[in-house]
Design a binder for this molecule. Structure first.
Ligand code: AHR
Length: 622
């Protein structure tokens, strides 16, 4: 096969600055029990909603009904999340009703075990009310409670907690245990109420509450945009359970939390609207906010009564961008971010174009947002053909879920899209079904072909992100996902590593390239030049995907270069594996990862061999 690249700086097309980003959805416990580092699951005992008896799951009781009675009531000091846990202890440290040696109480196993690391500091915060004197031990233990990792005792008189009071302290663990639990135990009789019990590691990403290892995985992709918080999660099965941004901001203790009825779990909304915007900023990515536009999967607000939803979205933009003197801007400022966030993209709902009121409601959202924030780019859920001066949009959203063969062929999906007019944001794409498994090599390669196609068509496509991003291995609601984790481990699937081949593409110069090959339609390629801002070096990056089962002799011919190629510093990177269905796993996290090697003789004319089923990048230092 022959690959010809015209690398002349005069003959380029600029790839959009925000081309490759990430899309976060609260699915598979991606946030609660994942990216958000809170270790206590259901910290406010609110998982059953505001009704009593509430659902305290996964909290469990230590002791039996002869020595402890646990219930929930509506006695919390927080009006927005009224449930508190009431614990009545019937036993004592001595006398007739003696408590078990370890005491009685409650414990929280976190999200399938808390990962506690040796010598690391954990911050406990909790609210207590009691009219009794007590000794309460707050401890980190092994999953069976037998081994103590860290403990703190609260000794209180009858007066100390007569009114609700917040207690904060640190726990430092003596050892490591990835399956720990947090216990609240006592051997003193009496009644005590607990609420909003939180345990956070002290070393979160940028100090902003994100799990460090998982946020670093995102940062390593150098994403240019960060789309959140869903997906269907934004809609909910019912509006009652949709993500409502205003209920996720302000002090964490006062957030009501909500049941994620699409993906089947409770979230305390510690990872709320503010935290999403902050994460985008921390990643150096533009936030793309998917708003609830008055539709759930099963309901839709008619246009006559959509005004409250429109106002809610405009308020949300004020929260993100308003100065601290505005009513919502002041809430953001009070949360520690007086400067506005750079919110420039709003996605109007999630793939609900065909719903009855979508277009009429969309027009109302569009004009209200543009009236106050004309620079904000509005993304329509409808396809390009529906957009017109009457149905305006800055971008239109495309979701692609398909087999690997079809995804490969979709590398030409935008080849004949008319230029001019709104461009696409392909905000969700993934190979699904049998080919995809839990993240196979073949899925990653097919997606690479698709992305090369998007690069080549970046005059018709503005942005792209895969879906879903994360899965907690204990709660797989959707496979495959790019990053897999549990309480203490994580790994990237082949498609996560494939994305590394595109992390220099945003804002780069795309060069014309052609492949000539007979009887083998399995090759796709692109070429860009990009500048490394760290050392100022310029690279010509040529990516070639071989989606067939044959090794290919490839001759590369580069014309139009203004600088000579430097052999020292030029690198070849290959993503491949022994079998198409190979996946990474906790046991073998590096089974399918890119492998780098120097290019011994980097020149304008090169002959190389492409492995079967492989993605190869030639990074040529100019
Ligand atoms: O990515 C998983 C789901 O796929 C999203 O919630 C939805 O937008 C799409 O159908």
């Amino acid at each position: 096969a022959q690959l010809s690249v015209n690398a002349s700086p005069q003959n380029t097309q600029m790839i959009p600055e925000n081309m490759f980003g990430i899309f976060f959805e609260e699915i598979n416990h991606a946030g609660a029990g994942g990216l958000w580092a809170e270790l206590v699951n259901n910290r406010g005992f609110e998982a059953g909603g505001p009704n009593t008896p509430s659902n305290i799951d996964p909290w469990l009781i230590i002791g039996d009904e002869l020595n402890i009675i646990v219930a929930t009531d509506r006695s919390s000091c927080f009006a927005t999340n009224p449930i508190a846990l009431r614990m009545e202890v019937l036993c004592e440290s001595s006398g007739n009703d003696v408590c078990p040696p370890g005491g009685v109480g409650i414990y929280n196993p976190g999200f399938w075990g808390m990962n506690i690391e040796e010598a690391k500091v954990y911050k406990v915060s909790m609210y207590i009310r009691s009219s009794d004197s007590m000794d309460l031990t707050v401890s980190l233990t092994s999953s069976d409670g037998l081994q103590n990792l860290a403990a703190y005792t609260i000794t209180a008189d009858k007066e100390d907690f007569k009114e609700w009071a917040k207690v904060e302290f640190d726990l430092q663990s003596s050892e490591r245990n990835s399956n720990s639990r947090l216990q609240l135990t006592t051997r003193t009789s009496g009644i005590v109420w607990f609420d909003q019990v939180s345990l956070m590691p002290s070393d979160t990403y940028m100090g902003h509450g994100y799990r460090k290892d998982l946020a670093s995985m995102l940062a390593n992709l150098k994403p240019k945009f960060f789309k959140f918080p869903g997906g269907d999660y934004v809609m909910g099965n019912y509006l009652l359970n949709a993500f409502r941004w205003s209920e996720t901001v302000g002090p964490w203790e006062e957030r009501p939390g909500h049941f994620n009825d699409v993906w089947g779990y409770w979230t305390d909304d510690g990872l709320g609207f503010f935290e999403f915007l902050q994460l985008a900023e921390d990643l150096g990515a533009c936030p793309v906010w998917v708003v609830n536009d008055g539709a759930s999967r099963n309901e839709q607000v008619p246009s006559a009564t959509i005004a409250a939803f429109v106002k809610d979205v405009v308020d949300g933009i004020e929260f993100a961008r308003g100065d601290p003197g505005t009513s919502w801007g002041s809430v953001r400022a009070a949360m520690g971010h007086p400067e506005p966030f750079q919110l420039n993209y709003i996605s109007m709902g999630n793939q609900e174009c065909s719903m009855h009121y979508y277009k009429e409601n969309y027009r109302k959202f569009y004009s209200a947002i543009k009236a106050s924030y004309p620079d904000i780019k509005i993304i329509s859920s409808c396809d390009r053909s529906t957009i017109s001066p009457v149905e305006p949009a800055d971008l239109y959203d495309v979701h692609v879920y398909t087999s690997s063969g079809d995804m490969f062929s979709k590398s030409s999906m935008f080849d004949s899209t008319p230029r001019g007019g709104p461009k696409a944001i392909v905000s969700e794409y993934a190979v699904t079904g049998n080919d995809a498994g839990r993240g196979t090599l073949v899925a990653a390669l097919a997606e690479a072909a698709f992305l090369i196609g998007l690069e080549r068509n970046s005059d018709a496509v503005e942005m792209a992100s895969c879906a879903p991003l994360f899965v907690n291995d204990n709660d797989r609601r959707w496979s495959p996902d790019a990053i897999v984790f549990n309480s203490w481990q994580h790994y990237g699937c082949p498609n996560y590593w494939m994305l590394h081949f595109f992390k220099e593409s945003s804002g780069a110069a795309l060069h014309p390239s052609t492949i000539q090959v007979s009887n083998y339609n399995q090759l796709v390629a692109s070429a860009i030049t990009w500048q490394n801002s760290k050392d100022g070096n310029t690279y010509l990056k040529i990516k070639v995907l071989n989606f067939g089962n044959k090794a290919v002799d490839l001759s590369i011919s580069i014309t139009g270069l203004e600088n000579e190629i430097q052999t020292f510093g030029s690198i070849k990177t290959v993503l491949t594996s022994g079998s198409l269905r190979d996946e990474n796993s906790f046991q073998q996290p590096d089974k399918v990862v890119p492998v780098e090697s120097p290019i011994s003789n980097a020149r304008e004319e090169m002959s190389l061999v492409l492995d079967p089923y492989s993605l190869t990048s030639f990074d040529l230092l100019l």
